[in-house]
Design a protein around this ligand. Structure first.
Ligand SMILES: C[S@@+](CC[C@H](N)C(=O)[O-])C[C@H]1O[C@@H](n2cnc3c(N)ncnc32)[C@H](O)[C@@H]1O
Length: 281
């Protein structure tokens, strides 16, 4: 997989050199060359992101606009950010021909200077180093639950939540007619010290977080629980915990804003108790 990824990256980089030599005006400084995502892969990307009507999608480096236009066809409010004005022009014309100009919009912009915090879905087909530079900003600015789908390349050291291969008929780079698609669901940022109650009793939860993975400790009713490698999915954190001499403890928590975790705790077969935690400064 890694070797294939490297070959594909080399192919994209060669396409970049070629494009710059042949047709790019000197003023357009591309971080990734213009190579299209085959239509079948565009569909697979939007399926993977589960783009729903009314959702806001941003394609970073939108090329000829095909991802944006297909997302608009599915009812999304889709926006492409593209540095090459000729591609933006071409995209707008294609959106107009498809009768989708109201929902498929484009801006001539550097993706590194573009805000995308409001997006429900971000799509990208960019070189690995560009993705790695974007990853911390995607993580920090997108709302928990937003999805990111990338064609062929990962987001630096942010592990994907799903990673699959699809047929890519008509693919113009790489050795095979296959594409790799990866999905991330932006996790709530829950690292910190949380204090509050489960039922009538005080509960203390300390969390460390790396991307969507959390580890930590929990103290409740005299039990001391330690855990590692648990996952935040959007705003949801499910912890199934064991401690010596204690019945199993299940916590189902949901982040609400930056400062609150709410949910339920169930110890053994007992009735669930409601949990309310606040983040300590
Ligand atoms: C590999 S193409 C992907 C096109 C389209 N998203 C698709 O999947 O078919 C990458 C696109 O990013 C654009 N691009 C490169 N650097 C950019 C930058 N700094 N800001 C915005 N767009 C950029 C290129 O012009 C190119 O159209």
């Amino acid at each position: 997989m890694l070797a294939r990824g490297l070959l594909a990256a080399v192919a994209l980089a060669c396409a970049q050199a070629q494009a710059q030599a042949q047709s790019q005006p000197a003023t357009v400084d591309l971080d990734t060359p213009f190579v299209t995502t085959p239509d079948a892969v565009v569909s697979a990307m939007l399926d993977l992101a589960r783009v729903a009507p009314g959702e806001r999608l941003v394609d970073l480096g939108s090329g000829d606009g095909r991802i944006v236009i297909e997302a608009a066809r599915r009812g999304a409010l889709a926006h492409g950010v593209e540095i090459d004005p000729r591609l933006v022009e071409r995209s707008r014309e294609a959106a107009q021909r498809a009768g989708l100009s109201a929902r498929a919009t484009f801006a001539t912009q550097d993706l590194f200077e573009t805000g995308f915090a409001q997006a429900d879905v971000v799509t990208m087909y960019l070189l690995p180093d560009v993705n790695a530079r974007l990853a911390p900003r995607l993580y920090a600015t997108l709302a928990p639950g937003a999805r990111i789908v990338s064609h062929d390349y990962g987001l630096g050291d942010w592990p994907p939540d799903a990673d699959l291969e699809v047929d890519a008929p008509g693919k113009t780079v790489g050795m095979t007619k296959r594409s790799r698609l990866m999905l991330w669901t932006v996790p709530a940022r829950v690292a910190g010290r949380w204090r509050g109650q489960a039922g009538e009793e005080p509960l203390a939860l300390d969390l460390a977080q790396a991307w969507q993975h959390v580890s930590g400790t929990l103290r409740w009713r005299g039990g001391d629980y330690r855990f590692a490698d648990r996952r935040v999915v959007g705003t949801a954190l499910a912890l199934d915990l064991r401690a010596e001499g204690r019945p199993p403890l299940e916590l189902r928590l949901r982040a609400s804003g930056d400062a609150d975790l709410e949910g339920e705790a169930r110890e053994g077969g007992a009735a669930p108790r409601s949990v309310s935690l606040r983040r300590m400064q």
